[in-house]
Design a protein around this ligand. Structure first.
Ligand SMILES: Cc1cc2nc3c(=O)[nH]c(=O)nc-3n(C[C@H](O)[C@H](O)[C@H](O)COP(=O)(O)O)c2cc1C
Length: 318
């Protein structure tokens, strides 16, 4: 029932991608998504060359199914991007999802190596550019997604129809999908698949600690907020003391370097691996308000598909 151009392109059973999550999306989580019939992504951004290599190898040892690597095209050390690309090619990974900046300078080289390129962006015009420069599919990030959501502030209910009306390549909906209702809604809007992040943080295979996962379960849909707007960006995160501090600093006119101690690195690791939930800023979407348990990734995906099938049947029969 859910065969789409995306399942064809990626060679998977369901058009469901496990969104790359810094520190959390290693080989184990990515393999769990792929084994459940979806498509797992490893997030390269926080891994060293050796770590990325071993996460790719771990993933390959845990699944025979296809998986990919997400590479953020902004990094304090630009050599890191080149290095990530090289590791992925050397390790024979067939799919890369680029994010953050236009992948124009990389696409021809990656395609020559036989790599399928997905590009993640937060504006329909960026998706159009991505198609023009030759990517195979775009992941469109909506206003309610966790992480960087761009500045257009449009929900997927508007972005996806606008994108599919103006693009030929498959469009993947990212943001606010946590169950079969969001899944089928995205397909109804014209998406060829979905990508989810927040829902997968509350899964057994996610390496975050139990205290963090319990905090996530208690999160209400209204507990997330955008920070970094004063810096011409929008980063959707879970409200906590660190977020509050950053927002206050933004009011005082701070710059991006001033907030670094609260974002990423050690601060984020304290939140997700030690459950010190006020120690730093963590990306989180309002779909957290729909999450009440910590099942396996397979259970999450099976439930989504089953619920999705029932919705389609109900609509068909009514
Ligand atoms: C904790 C966390 C870390 C993330 N890190 C990254 C990342 O490193 N690169 C990236 O492209 N997207 C990142 N994302 C965004 C996800 O890949 C995904 O697109 C997003 O979570 C989808 O929205 P949802 O959370 O509503 O499902 C992250 C999301 C979360 C929750």
């Amino acid at each position: 029932m859910f065969k789409t151009r995306l399942t064809e392109l990626l060679g998977v059973k369901y058009p469901i991608i496990g969104g790359a999550m810094a520190y959390l999306s290693g080989g184990r989580l990515a393999a769990a998504v792929s084994n459940a019939g979806g498509f797992g992504l490893i997030s390269a951004v926080t891994f060293s060359r050796e770590e990325l290599q071993s996460e790719i190898r771990l993933c390959r040892s845990l699944t025979k199914k296809p998986f990919g690597v997400n590479i953020a095209l902004i990094h304090r050390d630009p050599r890191k991007i080149e290095q990530d690309m090289n590791v992925v090619i050397e390790e024979g990974v067939r799919v890369i999802e680029t994010a953050a900046l236009s992948p124009e300078q990389f696409v021809a080289r990656l395609k020559k190596k036989g790599v399928t390129v997905l590009h993640k962006c937060a504006a329909v015009r960026h998706a159009q550019t991505a198609e023009r420069i030759g990517v195979d599919a775009v992941t469109l990030v909506g206003y309610d997604a966790a992480g960087h959501t761009g500045l257009d502030d449009l929900p997927l209910s508007i972005m996806i129809p606008l994108a599919v009306d103006s693009l030929k390549i498959p469009v993947i909906a990212a943001g606010g999908v946590g169950d079969g209702r969001g899944f089928v809604a995205a397909l109804a809007l014209g998406a060829s698949g979905v990508q989810m992040g927040t829902r997968l943080m509350a899964s057994k295979e996610c390496p975050a600690c139990d205290k963090f996962k319990n905090w996530l379960i208690q999160t209400e849909a209204t507990d997330t907020i955008h920070i970094e707007r004063s810096m011409n960006r929008a980063y959707r995160v879970r409200r906590n003391e660190a977020t509050q501090k950053v927002l206050e600093m933004e009011k005082q006119g701070c710059n991006v370097f001033d907030i670094l101690p609260y974002i990423g690195g050690e601060a984020l690791q304290k939140v997700i691996f030690e459950g010190d939930v006020n120690a730093g800023v963590v990306a989180c979407g309002p779909v957290a308000g729909l999450i009440n348990d910590v099942p396996s990734v397979k259970q999450i995906i099976d439930r989504m598909v089953k619920q999705g099938q029932n919705i389609v049947k109900r609509l068909h029969d009514s």
